[in-house]
Each structure stands twice: as structure tokens, then as C-alpha cells.
Design a binder for this molecule. Structure first.
Ligand SMILES: [Zn+2]
Length: 365
């Protein structure tokens, strides 16, 4: 008898507490998200619809990283969403790497000047997307390393302007391995072959992540946000050491609850040790169901539950465990760290579970 892997959907028979969580227990800042094309199609809707929806989630401030898709995208988001509700929304700018061949050796300085112009128009951070370190090339057609010293003007300009730089480089470690039966992301990579970055066409994961560590440590006056658990959620000891070594580094854990939740003791230790340096964000639009899963992960001691609403979770066939974080740590991660980093004065700052009615927990055995 054989069974296709895709058809295997075992129902756990273990009896364990199951907490119904409908959303974060307190007002929160989503520090890593998008309005589209990632994050749904909110950018095509009226801002009023977006902010109405946001109010129903408990999110008091939303960071949209999409400004780097182009100057026109940035201007559209500023004109429509930022202008509509400046206290609840900010958008990051970006670097247009495609200009390097035509601008030659002047590219880094010109990119820094463009960033300054974006900030003048209203961009409140810089987002670096994952082609950096993977496929970005210079005017000679050579792949550019994440720690390429020629790019210093960009990072130093961000620091001078007080713009945090949110960096996503590399991807899950398994995306750099051959797609064999031993690859723990086999199903995901077989569904998305374009996410596979094997040698020799791409640099090793280790090269990219070492470049990221160099980048952050060489620019201490610039604040970096290491997206997706500093891009190395599989190695929390490495992440913790980098946070220790670099006071200018924050991390977010968007799209990495699956990784963290399968090593709950190490993840909890990381969150307690670095409670002031971790930002909340979900990277999949202002999705209420996803906010609820993240809240269950942070707030409860539930065991062996799915990190996904899908019957077959997308990032690997395993279950996760809640971190049961103390309330004061939750508050820093949900809200206070980002409020401090972004200089937010208007967002709700409360000493306990808020009047936000969405959050409700209920335990059943
Ligand atoms: Zn993202």
C-alpha cells in the first residue's frame, strides 16, 4: 500500500489544552508587512477600507515595506495611505539595483541620494529585498556581496537620516540545499521551484548570512532590522550572539513562527534574553487569522498545534508549541520596541490587556 505524501494528513490523537485565541491580547504594531502584491490586494482598495479593517484587528500602526517596488509605488502609498492616517501607517523606501550598470561607480552615492529624496517625500525606513546577495550584480556583471564596502554610502545615509534598514537576505537554509528526499522543505520547493537556490548558481547560505553579520557590525550608527529572525531562524544561538554583539540590531520574526515554534525552549530563551530587540510582524497582509496564530504562539502554553490555517502547513510538516511569554515581554514585542524605534507617540500604550475586544482566550481540554 502506498500513499502520496500530499495526501497524508494525520489527525493528532494526543489530548492537550487548546486555547482559542482570536487575536493579540493588547494593541500591537505590525513592523513587517505589505499592502500588495504580497499581503493581498489592499493597495488597490480605498484607504478607508484598509484602516477600518485594521481597527478590527487591534493593530495600531502598520509598517508597509513596499515603497522599494518603485518610486511610483512609494508616491502612491504616501499620497493615499500615509496622508489618510499618518499616525497608523508608515512606508519604507528601497534601492533600485537595476540602475547600477548604467550608473557605474557612481551608483552607491546616487542610490544614497535617492534614499534621501525618498525620506524627504515621506519614506520612514529602507527595505532591502532578498535579491541582494543572491542575484544583484554591479556594473561589471559581478554578483554583489551583502557586505560589499562600496555600498557604505547607502547604509551611512540611512543612519544619518535615522531611517531603520530592514534587511531580508538569503532564505530558509533548506532552500540552498538540493531538493532531495532529505530536504525538509521538499514539498514547498516542489511547489515553488523558483525558491530553490542551489550551488553553483547561487552563493552558499553561509556566505550570505556572514555578509549580513558584517554589514550590521560595520555600520554601528545605522539601525538594522534583521527580517525573519535575522534571516537565520534555524540557528537561534547564532542570532542571539549577533544581537549581543550588535546594539544596532533588531529582529522581526515574521513568517518564522514555524521555525521558532518547533524549538520552543530555545525560542523562549531568545525572546526573554532579547525582549527589547524583537519586533512583531506577520508579512502576510493584515490577516486576522494569522494574527491569531501568532498570538497563540506568543501568549499560550499550548502544545503541538498547527502554525497554519491550511490542512498541510506550507513550511514543513511539523507542529509548534506556544512560548507562554510573560505579559511585560509580550507588551515590548507587540508594541513598545517598535514604538520606541519608530518614535511613535500616538499609539496606544496601556498597562494591561486593552479595550481591544478582538482578543479572547478560552481553554478547553
Ligand atoms: Zn516581507
Amino acid at each position: 500500500m502506498t500513499l502520496a505524501l500530499a495526501d497524508f494528513q494525520p489527525a493528532p490523537q494526543v489530548i492537550r489544552p487548546q486555547t482559542t485565541v482570536t487575536g493579540p491580547a493588547m494593541p500591537f504594531i505590525d513592523a513587517h508587512n505589505h499592502l500588495g502584491p504580497f499581503g493581498g490586494s489592499w493597495s488597490e482598495k480605498e484607504p478607508a477600507a484598509f484602516f477600518d479593517h485594521l481597527s478590527g484587528t487591534g493593530c495600531v500602526h502598520y509598517v508597509d515595506l513596499d515603497g522599494g517596488w518603485g518610486e511610483d509605488v512609494l508616491d502612491d502609498r504616501l499620497r493615499r495611505f500615509k496622508a489618510y492616517d499618518p499616525d497608523r501607517y508608515r512606508v519604507f523606501g528601497g534601492v533600485d539595483w537595476a540602475l547600477w550598470p548604467e550608473e557605474g561607480s557612481a551608483f552607491p552615492e546616487k542610490a544614497a541620494a535617492r534614499l534621501e529624496a525618498q525620506a524627504t517625500r515621506g519614506a520612514e525606513g529602507l527595505k532591502i529585498w532578498k535579491p541582494f546577495g543572491l542575484t544583484v550584480t554591479d556594473d561589471q556583471g559581478q554578483r554583489v556581496g551583502v557586505d560589499d564596502p562600496r555600498l557604505a554610502p547607502i547604509w551611512e545615509t540611512a543612519g544619518r537620516l535615522g531611517l531603520p534598514v530592514l534587511v531580508h537576505v538569503a532564505d530558509p537554509v533548506a532552500f540552498f540545499d538540493p531538493v532531495t528526499p532529505q530536504n525538509e522543505r521538499w514539498e514547498e520547493l516542489s511547489n515553488h521551484p523558483e525558491w530553490s537556490f542551489p550551488l553553483p548558481d547561487y552563493p552558499p547560505f553561509e556566505t550570505i548570512i556572514a555578509g549580513f553579520a558584517n554589514l550590521v557590525s560595520r555600520h554601528p550608527n545605522t539601525t538594522f532590522i534583521g527580517a525573519h529572525v535575522a534571516c537565520y531562524a534555524e540557528n537561534l544561538a547564532w542570532v542571539s550572539a549577533l544581537i549581543d554583539a550588535c546594539p544596532n540590531l533588531y529582529i522581526d520574526f515574521s513568517a518564522r513562527v514555524a521555525e521558532l515554534g518547533r524549538v520552543p525552549r530555545a525560542a523562549r530563551a531568545l525572546f526573554l534574553r532579547h525582549a527589547d530587540r524583537i519586533l512583531f510582524g506577520i508579512d502576510s497582509g493584515p490577516d486576522k487569522a494569522t494574527y491569531a496564530i501568532y498570538a497563540r504562539f506568543l501568549e499560550t502554553a499550548d502544545e503541538y498545534f498547527s502554525y497554519s490555517a491550511d490542512p498541510v502547513p506550507g513550511q514543513g510538516r511539523w507542529m509548534i508549541y506556544g512560548l507562554n511569554l510573560p505579559t511585560d515581554v509580550q507588551r515590548r514585542i507587540y508594541h513598545d520596541n517598535a514604538a520606541q524605534l519608530f518614535g511613535l507617540k500616538t499609539a496606544a500604550h496601556q498597562s494591561g490587556p486593552s479595550s481591544h475586544k478582538a482578543a479572547k482566550t478560552e481553554r478547553v481540554l
